[in-house]
Design a protein around this ligand. Sequence first.
Ligand SMILES: Cc1cc2nc3c(=O)[nH]c(=O)nc-3n(C[C@H](O)[C@H](O)[C@H](O)COP(=O)(O)O)c2cc1C
Length: 301
Amino acid sequence: MKKVLFIYFSQSGQLEEIAQAIAKPMIADQKAEIDFYEIKMVHQFPFPWTADAFFNAFPESFQQIPEEIHPPAPHILQTNYDLVVLYYQVWYLTPSIPINSFLKSEYAEKILGNRSVITVSGSRNMWALAQDKVKVLLQKNNATLVGNIALTDRHHNLISVITIVDWMFSGKKRKAYGIFPKPGVSDAEIKGATKYGDIIARHLGIGNFASLQQELVKSGAVDYRFFLVSMDQKGNRMFKIWSSIILKNKTKRKRLLVVFKYYVVFAIYVVSPLVYLVELLLYPFLYFLKYKKERQHYEGI
Ligand SMILES: Cc1cc2nc3c(=O)[nH]c(=O)nc-3n(C[C@H](O)[C@H](O)[C@H](O)COP(=O)(O)O)c2cc1C
């Protein structure tokens, strides 16, 4: 019997639903024993969020400053898993504070060290550079990444900003103002994630993950959009400057976060459409210079 561990943290329950959908085939064929480990923070983040709490989480999220987590159950630390699946969400272009806190905790290497790991993100749509950051932490924990699934909100970037804000601040995954589409990963895609579970179960059965990622990508597991990666890169450069300034100026933190909030709105609704136009015009040139390689990188592991 193969042993699989699913690690997750989820405020709304979306990632837990995705984890259940992926686990379904493995539970059904009774060839794997599955444990779930939900990361629990000592200091909890609110859900629904208030605007203040949401922006206050920015500097520490982006700078990947860990917080204390409750220890996992002893049998999770003692079991020799054949596969670990790590579910995570992105906060400010970075793995969320709970996930980062786990990956930097004393428990991470005990659970992940010398193990095959599959990462599964459930984000709005900007997951690419966060995945690079997760890869660094997996390497530090001596884990071997064998697959990656990146589930996103497939609607237009500017629409998904409106709908996710409504979701995060109301706690309800609903059609914002009655006219917008539902936020987050769609119900159909969450249900359909069972197909990834089938692929994973097959590779787990034969004990070889060499062609896993290729098969996952073929079945739609990775949402690569050149423009989103480009915004992610630019956002990372700006967030680095903003987070350092805010963390250095402790007494001005509140005021700086207000300015940061307006900067984010301006960057999303004014700067990003202009950059999109320019990059669309340059697409034929940039495809060979940049995007082709980039797609390979983000569709790979
Ligand atoms: C503080 C905060 C920052 C976020 N930043 C991003 C981001 O930079 N990129 C992104 O694609 N999604 C972002 N999201 C959305 C999350 O990745 C995720 O989809 C959503 O919070 C639902 O996750 P849950 O499973 O914890 O409910 C952010 C969410 C929160 C709460």
